[in-house]
Design a protein around this ligand. Sequence first.
Ligand code: HEM
Length: 399
Amino acid sequence: MHGRGAGSGTGCGMVAVRFAPNAEWLADPQAQYRELRAQDPVHWSEELGHWVLTRYGDVVAVLKDRRFTAGNRPPQRRWGRATMMVTADPPEHARLRRPVTHRFSAGAIQQTRPRIQEVVDALLDEVEPRGEIDAVWDFARQLPRTIIAEMMGVPLEPPRLTPRSGEPARDEMLRPPRREESSEPPTTEQDRFFERALEAHRAELQDDLLQDLLASEAGHRLSAEEVLDTAVILYGAGQETTANMIGNGLLALLTHPEALAKLRREPGLAHSAADELLRFDSPVHTVRRKALEDVEIGGRTVREGDKVLCMLVAANHDPEVFAHPEQLDIERRDNYHVAFGSGVHTCLGGLLARAETEIAVSTLVRRYPELRLAVPPEEIEWTGSFVIRGVKRLPVALR
Ligand code: HEM
């Protein structure tokens, strides 16, 4: 028998638990994660065609294990070929990541903090007169896009101010790639945007990320298409994720008055509070890997070619690792959460995202002592898929 099928978790036939990223999951993902972790932590989902891992130890082990590849998963811009770090395995991965790592280092992000603060202050100055704002669309979404545009040296595109109606579900990662047969990537508006920006950088030297990528091209470390694809991923990777993190994090604080009051009393806790918000309700629920050979995990055999979902948000609530995981403890110590993944693909922009979350949330809390939800918490709607999940809108009263 293949290692899948009837759950060995209970040792007695079919396991009732299942991973179903449906409306109930969207409203409360931890309910399913708790059941899966307790009853079938290495769960085979026939519906999704993936293994679903919910224990911290298993998730971290897979993400650090070279017997699993991050390659060949959609969305891939040039099928069959990794041209950006996120789908590349070592040693290609390091070649693609290295040219830009210094821009996201602790020192570089420390230097960016005053600018993040300035942008946060300016965004709040603009919306403050309204008294009540949608903290996601009026505020959170505008911050990461402004900062990454500046870091890359590209013009700030006009903001999208509301969710698009009929927006497609963001579960593309689990759909079969549609363009697998084609070797040509689709030319998108975004490609043209970056082609123009790269052209401008060729004409005039600048000190930014695009210039670093062009220097790598000149030094034959990256090809022209790798430069373009890396630019596209750097630009996109941190926008929706960080905006959702700020939204989810604010909601968590506003619905945990004790934690909120503590942060007000002790602003020095802003840093550990940001990490706790990342642990508590990060928007990135899963990362996907494929087994390159048979691997035993928790008594089950994951066969070569099997796909695995590492459920990061489930791992971050594993009681084996985090005491009282359902409590929002902004002073939590040894908070080794995996909101940014683990292993070689650990989020490149993690320190930037943490700084943006910390400054955005702590500034709101400091600046508006009356900050509160403007609707009852039950009315808050969630959107996204089990890949990325966030609050749709977050109406808050500033005064
Ligand atoms: C709260 C916000 C964010 C979260 C929760 C998040 C989460 C993640 C996770 C879980 C991964 C690992 C993917 C994997 O293992 O397959 C990742 C990778 C990555 N993230 Fe983030 N991210 C955030 C913000 C950002 C920002 C601001 C940037 C910067 C522009 C960024 C750039 C990247 C890149 C380039 C990778 C690929 C790294 C690699 O493959 O080596 N992310 N992120």
